[in-house]
Design a protein around this ligand. Structure first.
Ligand code: ATP
Length: 609
C-alpha cells in the first residue's frame, strides 16, 4: 500500500509541474469569443437582415436634417414660393420618419430574438455540461457561484447582444454616416469638428480604466452577496436551530452595504463621465455656431448648411456617449463569456472511455470486487488505504465503522463518483472505469441519508420525471415500502406537489419516497447509506420488510451506524481508518471480542439502554 500511495504522490507532483490534470477555469478571451461565435453562426442570415434594417433606419433618420436644409436653402432663403415643393418635401420627411421607425422596430425585434435564442442555447448547454461534471468539481465549487454562472453570467451574455451589439451596429453606423454627411455639407467645418475626436477619445480612455475597476468591484460584491444568500437559504433550518440569525443578518448587512458602496461608486463614475460628455457636446455646439455663424455672415456657407451642421453635431454626441457607455457592459460580458467558457472547457475528471464496454443490465449478476483500492479527495491524504473486498452476487453486506472511517467514500467509488488513485473496482469482473456511467448508474441504486426531492408531484418524484414509468408501477412501489397510505392522505394523492426539497414532509416520509424510487428503477446492486437513520422504529420495520422483498436476488450493501440495522446481514464489514478491520457475521464478530464487539457494546449502551 505504501508503494501505491507513494506512486500516487509522485504522479501528483509531476502533474503539478507539467500542469496536467490541473483545473484551468480561465481560457483566453479570444477563444471564448470564438466559441461564442460558433453559437451565433447558425443565425448569420438573421444578422445580415439586422444589418440592413439598421442601415435603412439610420439613413432614414439622418436624411431628415438634410431635407430641412434643402427647404431652408433652396426654397425659403431662395425666396421661391413653391408650396407644392415644400409640401412634397414635408411628406418625404414624414415618410423617412415612418421608415426609420419601422426599420428600428424590425432591427430591435430581430436582434432581441436572435440574441435571446443564442443565450437560451448557451444556458441549456451550460446546465447540461455542469450536470456532467464530476463530484470533485462540486466539492470545490459553491452552489452560489454556479447559480451566478447559469443566471447572471448568461444574462450578461444577453446584454452583449441586446446592448453592445445593438449599439455598435446602430451607433457605429450613425457616426460614420454623420461624418460622411458633414463632409458632404462643408469640408472645412467638418474638419474642424473632427478636431474634437482626439479630445473625446482622451476623455473616454481616461475614464475607461477607472470605470472598469469600479464596475468589476461592484460585480464581485454582487457575486459575494448572491453566493451568501443562496447558501444561507439552503441552510436556513440550521441557522434557526442554532440561533445564528443575528450573525447571518450582520454578515448579510456587511455584504449588502459593500455592494451598495461599490454600486454607488460605479454610478458616480458614470455620472461624471456623462457630465463631461454633455459639457463637451455643448461646447462643440457653441464652437460650430460661432464658426458657422461667421461663415454664414461672410457668405461662405448657406444658413441651411449651418442648421444641418448644428443638428448633426448634436446627434454626433448621442451615439458616441452610448457607445462609450457600452464599455462596462462589454467588460462584464467579456468576464461572463470567459467564465462560461471556462466551465465549458472543464472536462469531467471522471469520464467515459472512448469505447466503453457494454454490460446489459439484465445480464448483471452483481458480483463486486474492490481490489487493492487507494483513494483520497483531491490532493489530501488517502481515506481508503489499500482496501480489498469481494462481495458475491446476491449477498447482503453491512458496513459499519466510526465516523470518517471511509464507508461512504467506498460507496462513492462503486458508483464512480470519483476514480480510484490505484487499484480497481469491478462489477462482474468489469472495471467500473470501462463502463458507461449512465449504464453503471442504472445498475447501482443508491439511497442516502438525506434523500433529494424535487419540486414537482409525488408521482414525478418517485419516477424521476420518467414518463415511461406508469402510475401503477409507482403506486405498487409505494405500497411495497409503506408510503402509499401516507401519500393517499395528502391533498392530491400522487399528484400532490412537493415543495423544494420536499420540505412539507418529514425526514422519514421523504426517505420512504426515495425507497419507492429505488424499487421503481430496479437496480441490480442496492446501496443504503445510512438510509434508515432518520426513520422511527415502525417505519424502519416497514422498510426492513420492503427491503427483504426488494433485495431478493440483488446484491445489497447497507451502511449504518445503528448496528441493529445490519445485524442480520450475511456479512458485516468493519471499517477503520480507510481499511477493513474485521469481517464476518454478527455472532462471529461478537465472539471475536475485537473492534466490532467494542462498537456493539457502545451501541448497546447508547441505542438499546
Ligand atoms: N468531498 C470530500 N472532500 C474532502 N474530504 C472528504 C469528502 N468527503 C469525505 N471526506 C473525508 O474523507 C474521510 C472519509 O469520509 P466518509 O464520508 O467516507 O466517512 P464515513 O465512514 O462514511 O463517515 P460517516 O459515518 O460520518 O458518514 C473523512 O475524513 C472525510 O472528512
Amino acid at each position: 500500500m505504501a508503494n501505491s500511495i507513494r506512486n500516487w504522490e509522485a504522479d501528483q507532483k509531476a502533474d503539478r509541474q507539467t500542469g496536467k490534470n490541473q483545473p484551468k477555469p480561465d481560457i483566453k478571451y479570444v477563444s471564448a469569443f470564438r466559441a461564442l461565435s460558433a453559437f451565433a453562426k447558425p443565425h448569420k442570415w438573421s444578422f445580415m437582415l439586422i444589418f440592413f434594417c439598421t442601415l435603412l433606419a439610420i439613413a432614414a433618420e439622418l436624411l431628415q436634417p438634410y431635407l430641412v436644409k434643402v427647404i431652408i436653402d433652396d426654397h425659403l432663403m431662395a425666396g421661391k414660393g413653391e408650396y407644392s415643393a415644400i409640401i412634397g418635401i414635408g411628406a418625404l420627411y414624414l415618410g423617412l420618419a415612418a421608415m426609420s421607425l419601422l426599420f428600428t422596430y424590425l432591427q430591435n425585434n430581430m436582434l432581441q430574438y436572435t440574441g435571446q435564442s443564442i443565450v437560451a442555447k448557451v444556458r441549456k448547454q451550460l446546465f447540461e455540461h455542469i450536470s456532467k461534471l464530476s463530484m470533485s468539481y462540486f466539492d470545490r465549487t459553491s452552489s452560489g457561484s454556479l447559480i451566478t454562472h447559469v443566471s447572471s453570467d448568461t444574462e450578461s451574455l444577453n446584454q452583449l447582444f441586446s446592448q453592445v451589439l445593438m449599439s455598435v451596429l446602430r451607433d457605429g453606423m450613425t457616426l460614420v454616416i454623420i461624418i460622411f454627411l458633414m463632409f458632404q455639407l462643408d469640408v472645412q467645418l467638418a474638419l474642424y469638428c473632427l478636431l474634437l475626436l482626439p479630445i473625446i477619445a482622451g476623455i473616454a480612455i481616461g475614464f475607461r480604466s477607472y470605470m472598469r475597476r469600479t464596475y468589476q468591484r461592484a460585480r464581485t460584491q454582487l457575486s459575494r452577496l448572491i453566493a451568501f444568500t443562496a447558501e444561507n437559504l439552503a441552510g436556513m433550518n440550521l441557522i434557526q436551530a442554532f440561533h445564528q440569525e443575528k450573525e447571518q443578518q450582520r454578515e448579510f448587512t456587511e455584504r449588502n452595504e459593500g455592494y451598495f458602496r461599490a454600486n454607488m461608486k460605479e454610478v458616480k463614475t458614470q455620472v461624471w463621465f456623462r457630465c463631461s460628455f454633455d459639457i463637451l457636446s455643448n461646447l462643440s455646439i457653441a464652437f460650430v455656431t460661432w464658426l458657422g455663424g461667421m461663415a454664414v455672415l461672410n457668405k461662405q456657407i448657406e444658413f441651411g448648411v449651418l442648421y444641418a451642421f448644428i443638428t448633426y453635431i448634436r446627434l454626433f454626441f448621442q451615439p458616441l456617449n452610448t457607445i462609450t457607455q457600452q464599455w462596462n457592459t462589454l467588460q462584464s460580458a467579456t468576464v461572463a463569456v470567459t467564465r462560461i467558457w471556462g466551465i465549458f472547457a472543464l472536462k469531467p475528471e471522471v469520464e467515459n472511455k472512448a469505447k466503453p464496454r457494454a454490460l446489459a443490465k439484465a445480464q448483471v449478476r452483481g458480483d463486486i470486487e474492490f481490489d487493492h483500492v487507494v483513494f483520497g479527495y483531491g490532493e489530501h491524504a488517502p481515506v481508503i488505504r489499500d482496501l480489498s473486498l469481494r462481495i458475491r452476487a446476491g449477498e447482503r453486506i453491512g458496513i459499519v465503522g466510526t465516523t470518517g472511517a471511509g464507508k461512504s467514500s467506498l460507496i462513492s467509488l462503486l458508483c464512480r463518483f470519483y476514480d480510484v488513485r490505484s487499484g480497481g473496482v469491478r462489477i462482474d469482473g468489469m472495471d467500473v472505469r470501462d463502463m458507461e456511467q449512465s449504464q453503471l448508474h442504472r445498475i447501482v441504486g443508491l439511497v442516502q441519508q438525506e434523500p433529494y426531492l424535487y419540486s414537482g408531484s409525488v408521482l414525478d418524484n418517485v419516477r424521476l420525471f420518467d414518463t415511461d414509468i406508469d402510475e401503477d408501477t409507482v403506486i405498487e412501489a409505494c405500497r411495497l415500502v409503506g408510503a402509499d397510505a401516507i401519500i393517499q392522505r395528502m391533498s392530491d394523492g400522487y399528484n400532490t406537489r412537493l415543495s423544494e426539497r420536499g420540505s412539507g414532509l418529514s425526514a422519514g416520509e421523504r426517505q420512504l419516497i426515495s425507497f419507492a424510487r429505488i424499487i421503481v428503477f430496479q437496480p441490480k446492486i442496492l446501496i443504503l447509506d445510512e438510509a434508515t437513520a432518520n426513520l422511527d422504529s415502525y417505519s424502519e420495520q416497514l422498510l426492513e420488510q420492503a427491503l427483504a422483498i426488494v433485495s431478493k436476488g440483488r446484491t445489497t450493501i447497507i451502511i449504518a451506524h445503528r448496528l441493529s440495522t445490519v445485524m442480520k446481514a450475511d456479512r458485516i464489514i468493519v471499517m477503520r481508518k480507510g481499511a477493513i478491520a474485521e469481517q464476518g457475521t454478527h455472532s462471529e464478530l461478537v465472539r471475536r471480542h475485537g473492534y466490532y464487539e467494542e462498537l456493539y457494546r457502545h451501541s448497546r449502551g447508547k441505542v438499546f439502554a
